[in-house]
Design a binder for this molecule. Sequence first.
Ligand SMILES: NC(=O)c1ccc[n+]([C@@H]2O[C@H](COP(=O)([O-])OP(=O)(O)OC[C@H]3O[C@@H](n4cnc5c(N)ncnc54)[C@H](O)[C@@H]3O)[C@@H](O)[C@H]2O)c1
Length: 443
Amino acid sequence: MSFFEDLQKKISDKSVTVAVIGLGYVGLPLVHSMCKKGLRVYGIDVDQKKIDQLLAGQSYIGAVESSDIETYCSKDLFKPTTDFSCLKDADFIIICVPTPLDKNFAPDLSYVEGTAKSISQHLRKGHVVILESTTYPGTMNEVVAPILNKSGLELGQDYFMAYSPERENPGSETHSTATIPKVIGADTKEALTVSQQFYSIFIDEVVPVGSIAVAEASKIMENTYRSVNIALVNELKVIFDRMGIDIWEVIEAAKTKPFGFTPFYPGPGLGGHCIPIDPFYLSWKAKEYGKVTRFIELAGEINTNMPDYVVDKTVNALNDVKGLAVKGAKILVLGIAYKKNVADQRETPAFPIMDALQARGANVDFYDPLIESVGENRNHPDLAGKKSIAWDVENVKGYDAIVLVTDHDEVDYEALVQSDCLIIDTRNKLSSFKNPKASILQA
Ligand SMILES: NC(=O)c1ccc[n+]([C@@H]2O[C@H](COP(=O)([O-])OP(=O)(O)OC[C@H]3O[C@@H](n4cnc5c(N)ncnc54)[C@H](O)[C@@H]3O)[C@@H](O)[C@H]2O)c1
């Protein structure tokens, strides 16, 4: 039996074994959807703390319940480990490690390369290696394959490679790993066939495409589309605000058009591990082809300037409403996660807002129901270790201004509005709450 036939047999009787490398926001929910369908999964991470938590039956990702981790571990379906030697027992190896930018805004593929080196040491005939991390088109064939080939095995003959971009939407109540259609690309028919059959075990809809490069490019296109459209609506927000027009009302009106318009919403700036970063993977790669990605650069510039816009609005509101200077003012930033209902602070616009207000002499605190303290942070090192205040409306009344950056559900907005505070609302969260004594300004 060829290894292709062997894999097909294992997939059809669900005896296939998987190794997921990188157990973060993407990797752990993926493990969850596989174990739910009875697949045996090794979960590998270099972070010993995460592995210890998982072995103790604790989840650290909102979308995955601790009770599920406990069940999967006790049934021997899920085996969290830092030891890559388990790869020899796996049929499918799925890589979900970070793909950040370096300090020059160039792709930092060191995590992917490091993982590929670890896999290469354990690569055997019959392995299928799939990358899910977001990256530029060409990564699998130009970066990953050369490292794997150092094992002496031949791509296509001895092992397969595929790329399937992750579309996880943390905090979403409407979509989960299993219900989001999954694009998959491979460079040979056999690799595509087994990968498609494999994902179909635990994903409702699998979308095969003609090559790895198409799959890689599709993810970058999706996130560039978001970045550019968010920048457009952010720019319009600033213009309409100057004209005295409410952008949120404009969007509600425009989206009644049943075709040709998709609503995007303004905010305090981009955040998270995807939208502010992924488009620049394409910008970097495009330069190799002598091309400049003008939309990406412009969207990046507009979105990066939004925190400054919020700060200016806050400074003006303090002056106009309270007759106060920003220097010495007590300001509370409400919500520091990059989006509602997640505890993820990566690239959050709250940090540049807090830094800029502090630089102008304000005393800045924050409250976030999901984040106890600011983590280590390359771009905002002075904020690291800062702790959330405890929620208490009486206490909140002591602030000269509150900047609502993240509209988590777990906040008592009614009580906040009734506190009569000056609030700068970057999410249009408070427009439906009424209190004539409160000063609520949009930013
Ligand atoms: N977070 C999202 O919403 C999201 C959505 C779609 C795509 N993505 C993409 O998925 C990828 C992973 O993102 P994430 O948000 O899950 O990141 P994450 O930081 O939450 O998780 C990555 C994990 O990989 C581990 N890791 C790092 N190097 C490793 C190595 N050499 N071997 C084993 N483990 C290693 C880290 O310890 C961490 O636990 C990125 O490319 C990201 O762009 C993320």
